[in-house]
Design a protein. Structure first.
Length: 311
């Protein structure tokens, strides 16, 4: 049996984990850094749940960059099955092989069957690829938006999350010599089964408070004027208390700040807000609810509160 590849270095404590994320320009809570450290150090998958746009997927991208590991992403969708997520056989090549064998007559039926169902004809999809360490480095396996899949696919994941292996009936069990770092995300459009959650460390990624969101803007939109960034954060924080179809996430806050900076705005005003709400809100009903007098009212509140804080 071949010796296992020694694991690549992971952060030694929570402080190093937090520093690692910051090196990748990711601003996080101490509690998130703790959950990530435990996941990395104990080799357990990390299940991140939260609203869309709060930075769940970005964590996997940052880890791949800062730990210098390949990122393998499985984007989930309704109807996702084993052939798309794990493996499938290359049927066209198998048919060609059958025709060649028939023409040459140099192989018996059992030998041909053995040849057809060998790794030469196996198409490896993201999960199977992630079980094979590349260049001595276990990859980051991102299973993104798991809540979009069907429950039978969740059941299939249990073997992978527990033992980091998959079973291919024609080949047997394929087990990772060096398990990948697995991150699963969910926008909670439906509940994920407890059996999945029990195999993972769980963390709810919430909207940041105003102080942290401002810090995020300083990192992700560094060209935005400080006063504008403060107004943007205060405005977005107030919007998130409203009854909207889809509240803006951190990603939308960053997009809005970058858009306003591109327009050379130094501060918010009602006309600018009305013209750029599409960068912040993604549903027309929400935009209509906010445009005009409502946006002006919220902006007045923001300015009064900021003036009070400065006094």
């Amino acid at each position: 049996m071949p010796a296992q590849t020694p694991p690549t270095r992971v952060p030694r404590n929570v402080d190093e984990t937090e520093a690692l994320l910051r090196a990748g320009r990711y601003v996080c809570d101490r509690s998130l850094a703790t959950a990530l450290y435990l996941s990395l150090s104990l080799g357990r998958p990390l299940f991140l749940e939260g609203e869309a746009g709060v930075g769940k997927t970005e964590i996997a991208k940052v880890l791949a960059e800062t730990l210098d590991r390949p990122l393998i992403r499985l984007q989930c969708y309704e109807g996702l099955d084993v052939s798309s997520a794990v493996y499938e056989w290359n049927y066209p090549r198998q048919m060609v092989e059958i025709r060649l064998a028939e023409a040459s007559g140099d192989r018996g039926r059992e030998q041909l069957e053995s040849d057809l169902f060998s790794e030469r004809f196996l198409i490896k999809r993201p999960i199977l690829t992630a079980l094979e360490a590349t260049g001595g480095k276990a990859p980051i396996l991102l299973i993104d938006e798991l809540d979009r899949t069907d429950e039978p696919f969740e059941a299939f994941l249990l073997e992978i999350l527990s033992d980091f292996q998959v079973t291919v009936p024609e080949l047997g069990t394929i087990k990772a010599d060096q398990p990948p770092l697995v991150i699963l995300t969910s926008n909670r459009t439906r509940e994920i089964h407890d059996a999945i959650k029990r195999r993972c460390f769980y963390y709810w990624v919430d909207y940041p408070d105003a102080e942290r969101e401002l810090e995020i803007l300083r990192v992700k939109a560094p060209n935005a004027p400080e006063d504008l960034s403060r107004q943007i954060v205060a405005f977005v924080q107030k919007i998130r208390t409203m009854d909207l179809f889809k509240l803006p996430g951190v990603a939308e806050t960053i997009d809005w700040a970058q858009a306003l900076t591109q327009l050379d705005r130094l501060a918010l005003d009602p006309d600018t807000i009305n013209d750029t709400l599409g960068a912040l809100l993604k549903y027309q009903d929400d935009i209509q609810k906010l445009q005009g007098s409502e946006a002006a009212r919220i902006l007045d509140e923001v300015k009064r509160e900021m003036a009070g804080q400065a006094a």
